[in-house]
Design a protein around this ligand. Structure first.
Ligand code: HEM
Length: 809
């Protein structure tokens, strides 16, 4: 085949197909010592696979390229067999009694019948919500806006279900055809909520000359003004795999429930703390800066549902006396487990260990994510509360409704800060209604003996307090914003607060995004994938924005590949005080929503500790702090397991099994367990076989972490591809990405060169902490190639380049 030379398209953000040009047999002779000799992307040196439109800009709800359909036909053609709910079980490529292969034909009466029936169902569903709230009022503080939106989407799910039964629609029909069916006006079709699905904003006018990003991410793409904005649906690469084609979690190939997520992680992903000595722990914590900026999935009633209270011995007697709901969950062994809310997805059927025995738990709580209202029929999608762009929305407030104002001083463009007792700058403690995070009702977790040490007001609500490391990094970013605002004010004394705020925000976002692309992600993907996806920061010149690229966060990446950081997470962290001699060690499990060090202003000691220690390997292992003690709160002790939640979340969001993502990424179709040995060690395949009944059942988070790493990379082909695609879209689909030229918000050539030269992690840390020295590449271990340098040598930004007259060319 003739491939276009890389130089023709480099940095232009053109669309390309991800499916072609792969020779999987190159992998067969790979070095089995965990790294491939030959990257599967090695089509030919310096060239890229053929272009086509099979992948980019494609909307999974409306359009399927023939290439993609070869992947999903395997899972979508399976009949849905939900006992007592389906009137008809279609097989293979049947398309239903009435429907035409390409079109579903629904009469007016049938449609109005479906809406009427769904109306009754939604009343029942809403009653279930209210009953739950009456028995456990914690969820009453949940965001009314998101709650109502989720009811709207539930209504459309009910309509879909009625039509499915009435017309015997196959899963493929539901996924590919039903979303295109025009639905009549109905009480649930409110414009306000239809906005979530619509690519074009129905309410916001976008001014093309506005040089700054909006806080909510709207107006980034001037043709499709909602692309990338917060409180919108995620984007999918492949249609979802739900058991009923609508929202129920997928079943195994044999139509039986999949193995318990915790059994999988217990047997296949043991608690091994193997370090990657070449990476610092700062690299792992920085992963949360990326993740929290771009994904924020909300769970029903803000997680304030205890799905296990009718099952776990400790809560059972108490809960059962006050509340007897009729919902059940079919656990992996086929037992009916009583659940208190229809959106529960508890984890049961695992091997008891010390931790679960200690708290007498046979069930672990997991609540399903909020559905995104789609104002159309078809399968469920989920909502992203964060702006989907790399724009520091978790710092500036785009992840919460109307939160950003409460984070600013409105003087000199500054963000609000506070002082700790030791005089250090910290974030502002939470207080009052502005600080209430109505999307995540997880409580703050002060030390038992110091109940006054609270949590902080952040652009990400409670999540900014999830652990002291992410809270510290957010603090550094806030401090940096304030430096920039002050520096800009010096050269532009006539600028008012708003201009100073927006210019400082623009510069801070550019600086952090430069660090993401130049320092953080290359250490995950490696040189070849960085080049393949055109992710390298250029040494000079501009890159080009492509309005045909959708910058949205991608389901398949957010639920599996981008969670690689969970395997990097350590158990023990050092806090190293200013004399470098005095150190303490803290356990992650004791610091969830516990801000004691941050409260005391010990941000420099925390960062110093992150720099001095290594991250854990990216591998299929995890530490008990997140596998047994996630969000451990001594006031309400219970076991939460992040690895099994990751598995469950993939199923909750309808993510197809691992082999389909592998096929999407490499073009390689797995036909047997043996085939998997091309991508992962035979020992791993053997262990997978012990837990999964079929290779087409393997969950993406599990399969992806088991893959051999690609040469020069810290991830395998599937995660490498999903991460690469995601960053590619965040870069070329973002009109305000800092290197893009010719846009109203572009930096001048001189400003851009200044950012390229001075926006480094070392500089950021030196300017925002009290460190004396730092290694040149702070994400990597100290070595002769990565020596320590004095912070005093780090240059300041030359704000003169921002003096009025230089602005926006
Ligand atoms: C202290 C370390 C960390 C903890 C305690 C933690 C905890 C969590 C939790 C509780 C969730 C929500 C899980 C769910 O309900 O589905 C989550 C989601 C996620 N995490 Fe982590 N995480 C950590 C580090 C990281 C790192 C380093 C990365 C990336 C490199 C990462 C990437 C993600 C992503 C992409 C999501 C999905 C977010 C969403 O959909 O809202 N995490 N994490």
């Amino acid at each position: 085949a003739l491939y276009p030379a890389a130089s023709n398209i480099i940095e232009s953000g053109d669309t390309f197909s991800y499916l072609s040009g792969v020779n999987p047999y190159e992998l067969h002779n790979a070095d089995p010592s965990s790294t491939y000799h030959e990257s599967f992307f090695a089509v030919a040196p310096g060239v890229l696979p053929e272009f086509d439109n099979g992948y980019d800009g494609f909307d999974y709800r409306n359009e399927y390229s023939p290439k993609l359909s070869t992947i999903f036909k395997k899972y979508l053609k399976r009949p849905s067999i939900i006992p007592h709910e389906d009137n008809c079980h279609l097989h293979d490529d049947q398309y239903g009694h009435y429907g035409h292969q390409y079109d579903v034909d629904i009469g007016e009466h049938e449609m109005s019948y479906a809406f009427q029936k769904a109306g009754l169902k939604i009343e029942e569903y809403e009653r279930a919500n209210q009953e739950y709230l009456a028995s456990d009022p914690r969820g009453l503080n949940f965001s009314a806006y998101v709650y109502v939106a989720s009811l709207h989407s539930k209504y459309n799910e009910f309509v879909t279900k009625v039509l499915k039964n009435k017309k015997c629609l196959s899963r493929k029909m539901i996924a590919t055809q039903l979303p295109k069916v025009k639905i009549p006006p109905n009480p649930w079709k409110k414009q306000k909520y239809c906005e979530m699905q619509s690519p074009v904003s129905l309410t916001t006018y976008c001014h093309p000359d506005e040089p700054y990003r909006r806080i909510d991410g709207k107006c980034n793409n001037l043709m499709n003004t909602n692309l990338g904005s917060s409180f919108h649906c995620y984007r999918r690469l492949l249609p979802p795999d739900y058991a009923d084609g609508i929202h129920r979690i997928r079943l195994g190939v044999d139509n039986r429930p999949l193995p318990s997520p915790r059994l999988i992680t217990q047997l296949l992903m043991p608690d091994l703390d193997l370090n990657d000595p070449s990476l610092s722990a700062l690299h792992l914590s920085w992963g949360q800066v990326v993740a929290h900026d771009t994904y924020r999935t909300i769970q029903n009633l803000g997680l304030a549902i205890d799905c296990c209270r009718l099952v776990n011995p400790a809560t059972k007697a108490q809960a059962a006396s006050s509340y007897k709901p009729s919902h059940v969950f079919l656990d992996p062994a086929g037992n009916k487990v009583p659940i208190p809310h229809p959106e529960c997805l508890p984890i049961t059927n695992f091997i008891p260990n010390k931790a679960t025995e200690m708290f007498n738990q046979i069930c672990l709580n997991t609540v399903r994510s909020i559905a995104c209202n789609t104002c159309s029929l078809g399968p469920r999608n989920q909502m992203n509360a964060a702006t989907q762009l790399l724009d520091l929305s978790h710092v500036y407030g785009g992840n919460l409704i109307n939160n950003s104002e409460s984070l600013r001083t409105y003087i000199g463009g500054q963000l609000l800060t506070d002082f700790a007792k030791n005089g250090e700058i910290r974030m502002v403690p939470m207080s009052g209604k502005h600080d209430t995070d109505t999307l995540d009702l997880t409580p703050c977790n002060p030390p038992l003996n110091k109940p006054n040490i609270g949590c902080f007001r952040t652009g990400d609500g409670m999540r900014g307090n999830q652990n002291p490391f992410i809270a510290s990094l957010q603090t550094l970013i806030i401090k940096r914003h304030n430096h920039h605002a002050a520096g800009l004010h010096l050269v532009n004394s006539h600028w008012y607060d708003e201009q100073l705020f927006q210019e400082a925000r623009r510069l801070t976002i550019a600086e952090i995004v430069k660090i993401h692309f130049d320092e953080y992600i290359p250490l995950v993907l490696g040189k070849r994938l960085m080049k393949y996806f055109h992710l390298n920061v250029r040494s000079h010149g501009y890159t080009k924005y492509n309005p045909h690229i959708d910058p949205s966060s991608i389901q398949e990446s957010g639920t599996s590949a981008m969670r690689f950081g969970h395997s990097q997470t350590r158990s023990l962290y050092k806090v190293i005080y200013d004399n470098h001699v005095h150190k303490t060690t803290i356990m992650l499990k004791d610091r969830f929503f516990n801000m004691v060090e941050v409260w005391k202003g010990q941000i420099t000691p925390i960062v110093r500790g992150l720099l001095a220690e290594s991250a854990k390997n990216i591998d299929p292992y995890g530490v008990i702090d997140i596998k047994d003690f996630l969000f451990f709160n001594p006031r309400r002790p219970s076991i939460v397991d992040l690895f099994s939640i990751n598995v469950n979340r993939g199923r909750d969001h309808g993510i197809p099994a691992y082999v389909y993502l592998l096929q999407y990424c490499t073009g390689y179709e797995v036909h047997s367990w043996k085939d998997l040995e091309k991508f992962m060690p035979a020992k791993k395949v053997k262990s997978l076989r012990k837990v999964y009944r079929h290779y087409r059942d393997i969950d993406p988070f599990v399969g992806g972490l088991m893959e051999y790493h690609l040469k020069g990379s810290r991830v395998g082909p599937t995660f490498g591809c999903l991460i690469g695609i995601q960053f590619y879209h965040w870069k070329y689909g973002d009109r305000f990405y800092f290197e893009h030229g010719g846009e109203v918000g572009s930096f001048t050539p001189a400003q851009l060169q200044e950012i390229r030269k001075k926006a480094t992690l070392a500089n950021l840390i030196c300017k925002t902490t009290h460190m004396d020295t730092i290694q040149v590449s702070p994400f990597e271990e100290i070595s002769t190639h990565n020596p320590k340098i004095p912070c005093a040598s780090q240059p300041d930004f030359n704000y003169e380049l921002w003096r009025d007259g230089y602005l926006h060319k």
